[in-house]
Design a protein around this ligand. Structure first.
Ligand code: SF4
Length: 277
């Protein structure tokens, strides 16, 4: 798939958290606009940034060239006002999508954060490229709380190929999680959105994650399932004979199942539980 790459100077890089992020995170940080991973269920497809664009989601990325510099100015201002800064990176793009290998915007941000740390940083990604930055994450961890959360929606590669054909393979993501965890950084597997999985899924996460976060297409699209419906997700499940996995209370059942393998506090599902204390 051909991706159109552009550069921009962003006015701000920290966005005040609202909606589902308003659970302890004070800001979201998106080093890019657009996302080359192009997941079919991605709720950003239904947000104004994409709805008013002619070029399809997944086929464009805008690099925020001044991200690190802008971060420094913004955090300095917030610190003058004695504000806490708990960052979710990223909510509407992936900080370790393919362009990051060359552009290094996320890496520059981490370098700046080591100098001007937030109180808390959660990195949210599907990109195994995150292992490149373990050196910086270790330094940052000395200055603030850091969690690396890797999305593992399922343990089935065939299912991943249906719902997120351009995203990295599940095995590669698990390998990255292990590497980050082995380095001594707190990790989370974000089963988000839950896709059909095998009974052994919990076992593949054992020993490589400290937290498990569960979200579904019905509760995790920022519109209580409406965006997922507009994206045709119920039909996609049906076409693939998976309709029994498209249920409103799926998160409750999945949490119950994972709690057979992991202690209660390790598996989070409700909005209020999202920010690890
Ligand atoms: S990686 Fe995240 S932002 Fe990118 S397409 Fe997938 S869900 Fe959307």
């Amino acid at each position: 798939m051909e991706i159109s790459i552009q550069e921009t100077i962003a006015r701000n890089i920290l966005t005040e958290a609202k909606g589902y992020l308003d659970v302890g995170f004070t800001h979201s940080l998106n080093p890019y606009s657009g996302c080359g991973f192009s997941c079919r269920y991605c709720y950003v497809r239904e947000m104004p940034i994409q709805r008013f664009k002619e070029i399809p989601w997944g086929e464009w990325v805008t690099i925020k060239k001044n991200a690190a510099e802008s971060y420094r100015k913004e955090i300095e201002k917030l610190r003058k006002k004695a504000k806490s800064v708990n960052i979710f990176m990223s909510s509407a793009t992936d900080p370790y999508q393919p362009i990051e290998r060359k552009a290094e915007i996320t890496r520059e941000l981490l370098e700046e954060m080591i100098i001007n740390p937030p109180d808390f940083l959660q990195v949210q990604t599907r990109g195994p490229l995150i292992t490149r930055d373990i050196d910086l994450l270790l330094k940052l961890k000395e200055k603030c709380k850091v969690i690396v959360s890797v999305t593992i929606e399922t343990d089935r590669e065939d299912i991943k190929r249906v719902f997120a054909p351009y995203a990295p393979g599940i095995k590669l993501r698990l390998k990255a999680l292990k590497e980050v965890h082995d380095a001594g950084i707190t990790t989370q597997a974000s089963i988000s959105p839950v896709l059909p999985f095998t009974p052994d899924f919990p076992k593949t996460l054992a020993g490589i994650v400290d937290h498990i976060w569960i979200d579904t297409l019905s509760i995790g699209d920022g519109a209580m399932g409406k965006r997922s419906e507009r994206l045709g997700m119920p039909a996609l499940f049906q076409e693939n004979g998976l309709e029994k996995w498209y249920q409103h209370n799926l998160h409750i059942k999945v949490k119950k199942y994972f709690n057979k393998f992991f202690p209660g506090e390790m598996v989070r599902v409700s909005k209020k539980e999202a920010f690890p204390q």
